[in-house]
Design a protein around this ligand. Structure first.
Ligand code: GDP
Ligand code: MG
Length: 192
């Protein structure tokens, strides 16, 4: 290989974009769209894909690799538009997902117990081993809390997920969940 070729190959490698499909799932009104809006801020821009009933947004996230070097990965984040019903969640939404965020509302028990259903659906679509994070949102609503930490930690252990609590309202931990899913997904790809 000539020196010129070698250089070209290097440049190509550095320019290759890493894009991961991240699906955001959970009951209506748990704060899925709000978390995304908070994370993406001004740049937040959605593309609506009516045939699937989702909005998709792309967001770069910079993380550190094992050597401490910055790596930018692009998250292609899928968010269910409107009121998700199980019948609506067909193959295109789940297909090819690289990571998932499972979201419930800490003030609403049904949204927490339904995480099991969301998980079963994901498993049905062959996603039982992709990186995943369980997220209890709305921690700013302290007085209305129904789901205490041990309950969530127990579920998180059962489903083999990481676990975070967030508030889309105050922004608490919002950045962390996207950083974490980017990191976990990159790691799992490098191990493949
Ligand atoms: P989605 O249906 O899961 O996408 O939920 P949305 O993002 O549309 O949020 C549903 C409602 O919950 C809206 O009224 C939001 O303003 C509110 N909400 C979302 N996240 C939070 C949060 O962290 N704290 C509080 N207090 N309200 C929130
Ligand atoms: Mg929404």
């Amino acid at each position: 290989m000539t020196e010129e070729n070698e250089k070209e190959k290097l440049v190509f490698h550095e320019r290759t974009e890493m894009i991961f499909k991240i699906i955001v799932i959970g009951d209506p009104a748990v704060g899925k769209t709000s978390l995304l809006t908070d994370f993406c801020g001004e740049k937040f821009k959605y593309e609506y894909i009516p045939t699937v009933g989702v909005n998709i947004t792309k967001e770069p996230v910079t993380i550190k690799d094992d050597m401490g070097k910055d790596i930018t990965v692009n998250l292609m984040i899928w968010d269910i538009a409107g009121q998700p019903q199980f019948y609506m969640l067909h193959r295109p939404y789940f297909n090819g997902a690289d990571g998932m965020l499972l979201i419930y509302d800490i003030t609403r028990s049904s949204s927490f117990s339904n995480i099991n259903n969301w998980w079963s659906t994901s498993v049905k679509y062959g996603l039982s081993s992709i990186p995943r994070i369980l997220i209890g949102n709305k921690i700013d609503l302290k007085d209305d809390r129904k789901i205490i930490l041990p309950m969530a930690e127990h579920l998180s252990e059962k489903l083999g997920t990481q676990f975070f609590e967030t508030s889309a309202l105050t922004g608490e931990n919002v950045k962390s969940i996207f950083q974490k899913i980017a990191e976990l997904t990159l790691r799992s790809k490098l191990e493949e």
